[in-house]
Design a protein around this ligand. Sequence first.
Ligand code: BEZ
Length: 203
Amino acid sequence: MKLWYSPASPFVRKCLILAHERDLADKIELMDAAANVVSPDQRIMASNPTGKIPTMVLEDGTVLFDSRVICAYLDSIHDGKKLTPRSGAKRFEIMTLEALGDGIMDAAVNNRYETALRPAEFQWKPWSDGQMGKVNAALDQIEEKWLKSLGRTPNMGSITIAAALGYLEFRYPDLKWRKNRKGLARWFKRFSARPSFIASKPD
Ligand code: BEZ
């Protein structure tokens, strides 16, 4: 299977962490996308009109997007413990934690586009503050109520939160998100040592 990707994308990283955790990485051919928000990669647009990465193309030509769908697919093709429980309350708990991680990534990537790509004269600080407000509120909620769900062994929620925190480290090195979030900082230190996290690190 082929994965249209950019090493900087936290949504791609989430898929790659999963793939490494379940021995699927060797089965994935990484395809360098030449995508950006104003000029999407036409090779991706041909099968995914949103032009977004990650986009996955299976051997039979089936196209999968977005990262949640790709991760659900990857989780369906290995014989190990499922990263999203198949049923019960725990399933929805882990899916909600995944959505929270995706929300952090959405807000942080949106703000990155605003501050790094949009011409300075068009940038709107209240909008940027709003995006980073969401990031901070989500991190506060994780510290207050999600540490147990993050757990010691990876699940789809914890993988997504790790990818989100990895992106904050990469693009927002001055954010100091660990302040007053000691539990999350401890958890992330442990997760950061996992081979899957190291192997998927952006250059
Ligand atoms: C980035 O460079 O920050 C980035 C690249 C691709 C997708 C999302 C973010």
